[in-house]
Design a protein around this ligand. Structure first.
Ligand code: SF4
Ligand code: SF4
Length: 297
């Protein structure tokens, strides 16, 4: 019998929080996304314009779908990179989380299958699913003014995974938004990219250092400081991270030597060897090196 305590025993083995949302139309959220795209905030991320019908309805990804099981995996680091080094966002300290979360979810979906046979699909940033929205719907937190999911116990440094299932599960219930009058994330953003729950990605240093082709825009170079890859400022400023504890997932530990890498002299073979499974492969060595030279100049 699949009840909450069975699900809890299955999911708590690999994840730090989980919750359930029932699948309903999400027209309002899609309208918000359309507006964001029309405003040009997505910059060069053309893929965000694709597959809106899939984002609007998870049943397009799994026709038998009835429920979304959303999970969080804490990645709050035990050790932070020295501040005087070119800064890498904490999510990129270790190996690529997409594969780690997806393989755990697949394992757990199979565990469920033994108790309650189901059709399922698992995702982690790997399909057009509005993950933060569904995580909030599943009671795992609320979407903060910086557009990031805030969980009152774990904080903001969490990876979100999605398991779409044909099982009709009881929804967990939503959590109220507890940002209140706080605006610490907005004030902490050096580029003014946060416009209340909306991010102008073109100004965001994560976009600038990862997604955008070419170098960081000239007008942002000074405020970007020693930001090399991604940016954690609006998360670090969030007071809900005062409850965050270092993660206990060995597979998320930093790649050996990542804090001391010599970017200036790094060859392609060294990049591919040392950072073979790193999310930094997304930007590629050429872009990272160009950014490093910007910082040094
Ligand atoms: S990641 Fe950095 S640049 Fe982007 S919104 Fe947050 S603080 Fe601003
Ligand atoms: S810093 Fe404040 S406003 Fe921003 S997400 Fe956290 S609680 Fe909300």
């Amino acid at each position: 019998m699949l009840n909450n305590s069975t699900l809890d025993s299955i999911f708590s083995t690999h994840f730090d929080a989980w919750g359930v949302a029932s699948i309903e139309p999400i027209d309002e959220e899609i309208a918000h996304l359309r507006k964001w795209l029309e405003s040009g905030y997505a910059g060069e991320m053309r893929y965000m314009h694709n597959n809106l019908h899939l984002r609007a309805n998870p049943k397009e990804l799994l026709p038998e779908a009835k429920s979304m099981i959303m999970v969080l995996m804490n990645y709050y680091p035990r050790e932070w990179q020295p501040k005087d080094r070119p800064q890498i966002a904490a999510y990129a300290y270790g190996n690529d989380y997409h594969h780690i979360v997806k393989s755990k979810l697949t394992e757990l979906a199979e565990e469920i299958n033994k108790v309650a046979p189901h059709k399922y699909a698992v995702f982690c940033d790997s399909a057009p699913v509005l993950e933060r929205y569904w995580a909030a719907r599943a009671g795992l937190g609320w979407i903060g003014k910086n557009g990031i999911l805030v969980n009152p116990k774990l904080g903001t440094f969490t990876f979100i995974g999605t398991l779409i299932t044909s099982l009709d599960l009881e929804p967990s219930g939503e959590m109220e938004n507890r940002c209140g009058t706080c605006r610490k994330c907005i004030d902490a953003c050096p580029t003014g990219a946060i416009i209340d729950k909306t991010i102008d990605a073109r100004k965001c240093l994560s976009y600038q250092t990862i997604e955008k082709r070419g170098e960081v825009d000239n007008e942002l170079i000074e405020v970007a400081g020693n930001t090399l890859y991604g940016c954690d400022r609006c998360q670090l400023a969030c007071p809900w991270n005062r409850f965050a504890q270092p993660h206990n997932h060995p597979e998320l530990e930093p790649i050996e030597g990542i804090f001391e890498l010599d970017w200036a002299s790094m060859s392609r073979s060294e990049f591919n060897r040392k950072l073979k499974f790193s999310p930094m492969q997304r930007a590629g060595l050429k872009k990272i090196k160009a950014r490093y030279m910007q910082i040094e100049s």
